[in-house]
Design a protein around this ligand. Structure first.
Ligand code: BES
Ligand code: ZN
Length: 890
């Protein structure tokens, strides 16, 4: 989810028995809050102490008691509660006879001597807690003030289940209420919340403080409440539909908010038009937070971001980061409708939020920046990433039963995001834009301020389209995995007859189970490569299609545009017909990379030899399209991980150098005036590859350019920094390493710090590897960034074992530092999944056997499966790859 994060999984083959074991974590005992008592309104006052890093709060919650009850149960975690009482309708107050607080269920249960009558009541209480350093609940985020002093902001991050760490509440998405929020803050701090400020008065007893009250919110879920108190500057504008938009930045850096401001002010009216529903709040704030666990969070009216996901410094921000910022802003603003206005009933339907927002972020970036060709990039990132995870036996269905908070955390993964978005894209194509939009509008209008199940979306879309949406889509959301469509072809006079057969595709090449999907299929032919020649819905296991007047000497291709969420397996003759169309670029880019990527997945599953892919790779030497090259790069990177420990890795490196050399020559080091965005991205990809695989010319030039950069004679353009840093660090000695650290320390922009710290792992020197790992854990690197530095180390062969040893040694420290959650899950995935032997699989398995970090269980299973798939793949193809490469005499 964080940009540029490495996402290399390796898959593989038939009958490797251990890979077949699917050990799903046992569901943890969990109960939802009792339905007898529901909140309708919260009146909350919060007073963070930014020096002592604690906070005080008080609240009054209006309750609707549906039946007389002696118990009230709500969520609370790591808070001390005081002065609890309930005022009943007539004004009489009762105190609970006991308060039972459970840290396992994260609840408090108040018991009363006599039943509280049905009707309205008000629960009031005071509470206090710590502004923690775990980036959840209400926490502290560190910054340096203009005069160089270290200070803290108070910030909230509640999704999925951490509002309960800030104020006692009914912390479930379906329990929507209105919120009155009041903040008690020092005069010189900016207080922000979801709604605009309504009043501000001096505190009655402390002249340093003021009491700031915000307007009442609409009905909303607790996980979307937000508060920030700190020192910020801002830029602002009003969107064409009258919404006041502000981007808050660190003090003195408001210029860096301009890009996001421009995007946000355009996106709001775009969505208003797209959904045909106005943004319901009077203001929209976007704010950059120095310490932030995920990339960004869609709190209604106050969206919080990592600095790197919001701030653009025209001289130091790369084109790819700018593109990423546009996507993130588009994503979070999509949630303002999809997620905030209409919310999933329970976390099982999380994908409705995340899958949909991931789809829509591309729609809106395509609208704002057509030159990004963003839909093509969707395929190389989002779509391919989903298929790669989803071919594991340890994948899971999009809709997954979850209860306990740690299970909820775990589903913020590539299935909810990337598979979710991919199946929505497929559906969008199946329904057509007009019906899709009409259905969306029905859904959002019908359920606004309410909650939904996945089925509610299907009903609205099928009403609008008159197509069997629920029937088709439930095969994609309720089953794990996806089909492989096997094609057979014969000629019948002038007509070509295809026989299509579906079967679950599994990474180990085994036949899979009896799952079947309803698959919207389209077909293109050589006559007009960019046109869909035929469309059909594959509803059974197998089906015949007649293509009229299509000769046997021309190519036929499934899945034009790579929209269908499936793999295609062609017979050798059909594949052979497609190769020239790749080479002469008659096939559109998305189809070139689609054919290639499907073939690579067949290789990983053992249906075809890796050598077939190496042969086809050579057909790409003249390729010019960025997205096709990034598909090639994905494949090369996986092979590199697989082969990194073999005795012929240097031959493989020579092969890759040759593959990228022509395009490297063509692009050169200097950006052409007014060149295309995608060429800028391509240059950085290609030079990075040539540098990584040790092309002498590129290594020399990178050194030269870095020296000039360090000496302040010629500044490296932001787009070239990452490839140059990595190239130089890969060969670095102590002195160069020190130089990189100096650059890191001098860097003011977070993006630049990330770029440097994530390059350090490229070193192969055992001593430097240890230094990088220690640096990752030092106070110089924020907790939010530590894991990415360690992951960068794990991307090389010597680094991988070192990172694993380091992880084992610092296991407890890491667990305590993050207390579970998304960052540790990422760390475990990337440092383990690239191992390639059964021995390592056993070691990783043994390590996690008695150390289960809640929320990482499934990730561990997926990694084990992947390691075993790697091992089988290597065994299977190692010798033939070696011979093929040797025979090339590179
Ligand atoms: N709702 C999520 C933030 C989130 C993620 C909360 C994980 C809790 C756990 C937000 O909308 C989101 O998806 N953020 C992404 C960025 C997005 C552009 C893919 C992220 O943080 O990486
Ligand atoms: Zn999201």
């Amino acid at each position: 989810m964080t940009p540029g994060g490495p996402s290399l999984q390796l898959n593989n083959f038939v009958g490797q028995s251990e890979a077949a074991a699917v050990i799903m974590p046992e569901p943890k005992p969990f109960e939802r809050l009792p339905a007898m008592v529901r909140p309708t309104h919260y009146n909350i006052t919060l007073q963070p102490n930014l020096v002592k890093c604690v906070f005080q709060g008080s609240e009054e919650i209006t309750l609707d008691i549906k039946e007389p009850t002696r118990e009230i149960k709500f969520n609370t975690l790591e808070l001390s509660l005081r002065d609890i009482k309930v005022r009943l309708g007539e004004g009489e107050s009762v105190k609970p006879s006991s308060t039972d607080i459970s840290t396992t269920t994260e609840t408090a249960t108040l018991s009363f001597d006599r039943p509280l009558p049905a009707g309205t009541a008000t629960l009031s209480l005071s509470f206090s807690g710590e502004l923690n350093d775990k980036m959840k609940g209400m926490y502290r985020s560190k910054y340096t003030s203009v005069d160089g002093e270290e200070r803290y902001s108070a910030v909230t991050q509640f999704e999925a289940t951490d509002a309960r760490r800030c104020f006692p509440c009914w912390d479930e998405p379906a329990l929507k209420a209105t919120f009155d929020i009041t903040l008690v803050v020092p005069h010189d701090r900016i207080p922000l919340s979801n709604m605009p400020e309504e009043s501000r008065v001096p505190h009655e007893s402390d002249s340093n403080l003021q009491v700031v009250k915000f307007s009442r919110s609409p009905l909303m879920s607790t996980y979307l409440v937000a508060v920030v108190v700190g020192e910020y500057d801002h830029v602002e504008d009003t969107s064409s539909d009258g919404i006041k938009v502000r981007v808050y930045t660190p003090v003195g850096k408001q210029e860096q908010g301009k890009f996001a401001l421009e995007v946000a002010t355009k996106v709001l009216p775009y969505y208003k038009e797209y959904f045909k529903i106005a943004y319901p709040l009077p203001k929209m704030d976007l704010i950059a937070i120095a310490d932030f666990s995920v990339g960004a969070m869609e709190n209604w009216g106050l969206v919080t971001y990592r600095e790197t996901c919001l701030l653009v410094d025209p001289h130091n921000t790369s084109a790819s980061q700018r593109q990423w910022i546009a996507l993130v802003v588009g994503h979070e603003l999509a949630h303002q409708w999809f997620g905030n206005l209409v919310t999933m009933e329970w976390w099982t339907h999380l994908w409705l939020n995340e899958g949909y927002a991931t789809f829509v972020e591309f729609l809106c970036v395509d609208h704002l920046f057509p030159e990004y060709d963003i839909w093509t990039q969707f395929v190389t990132n989002t779509y391919v990433r989903a298929l790669e995870l989803d071919c594991l036996k340890n994948s899971h269905p999009i809709e997954v039963p979850v209860g306990h908070p740690s299970e909820v955390d775990e589903i913020f993964d590539d299935i909810s995001y990337s598979k979710g978005a991919s199946v929505i894209r497929m559906l969008h194509c199946y329904l057509g834009d007009k019906d899709f939009r009409a259905g969306m509008n029905k859904y959002l209008t019908r359920h606004q301020y309410g909650n939904t199940y996945t089925e509610d979306l299907w009903s609205a879309l099928s009403e609008a389209s008159k197509k069997p949406v629920a029937e088709v889509m439930s095969t994609w959301t309720k089953q794990t995995g996806f089909p492989m469509i096997t094609v057979a072809s014969h000629q019948d006079g002038d007509n070509r007859v295809l026989t299509l057969t579906q079967q679950r595709f599994l990474a180990d090449g085994s036949a899979g189970d009896s799952s079947q999907w309803m698959v919207p299929i389209s077909i293109s032919t050589q006559e007009d490569p960019s046109k869909v020649a035929q469309e059909l819905l594959l509803e059974s296991r197998t089906m015949q299609v007649v293509l009229e007047n299509v000769s046997e000497s021309t190519w036929v291709k499934l899945n034009p545009g790579t929209v269908g969420y499936y793999r295609t397996q062609y017979p050798p003759e059909m594949l052979t017909q497609l190769i020239p169309a790749i080479q002469d670029k008659c096939l559109p880019p998305l189809d070139r990379l689609g054919v290639f990527n499907d073939l690579f997945s067949m290789v990983q599953a053992g249906h075809t030899s890796t050598v077939e892919v190496l042969k086809i790779l050579r057909a790409f030497e003249d390729e010019e399209d960025f997205t096709v090259w990034s598909a090639v790069h994905n494949c090369v990177a996986r092979l590199n991980q697989l082969l990194s420990h073999t005795d012929f890795h240097s031959t493989f490196a020579a092969f890759v150098r040759q593959l990228f050399s022509r395009i490297g020559q063509r692009l050169g080091w200097e950006a052409k005036p007014g060149e295309k965005h995608l060429d800028t991205l391509l240059r950085s990809l290609v030079l990075g590859q040539l540098g990584l695989y040790g092309d002498k010319g590129v290594v020399g030039e990178a050194r030269k350019r870095l020296s000039a950069h360090v000496a302040h004679t010629t500044t490296l353009p932001a787009d070239l920094r990452s490839p140059v840093y990595k190239t130089v660090v890969a060969q670095a000695d102590e002195k160069t390493y020190e130089q990189m650290l100096k650059l890191y320390r001098e860097a003011d922009l977070h993006e630049e710090k990330d770029r440097i710290s994530r390059s350090l792992g490229a070193t192969r020197d055992p001593n430097l590897i240890q230094r990088v790992l220690q640096f990752a854990m030092s106070s110089e690197v924020r907790n939010q960034d530590t894991v990415f530095v360690i992951i960068s180390v794990a991307m090389t062969a010597p680094g991988r074992s070192a990172a694993w040893a380091f992880f084992k040694k610092h296991y407890q420290e890491l667990v305590d530092r993050y207390e579970g959650g998304y960052l540790v899950t990422r760390l475990i995935k990337y440092i383990t999944e690239n191992f390639t032997s059964e021995d390592m699989a056993r070691e990783v398995e043994a390590f996690f056997k008695d150390r289960q970090i809640p929320g990482t269980e499934r990730t561990v299973q997926q990694s084990l499966e992947t390691i075993r798939l790697n091992a089988a793949w290597l065994n299977r193809d190692q010798q033939t790859i070696k011979k093929y490469l040797a025979d090339l005499h590179l």
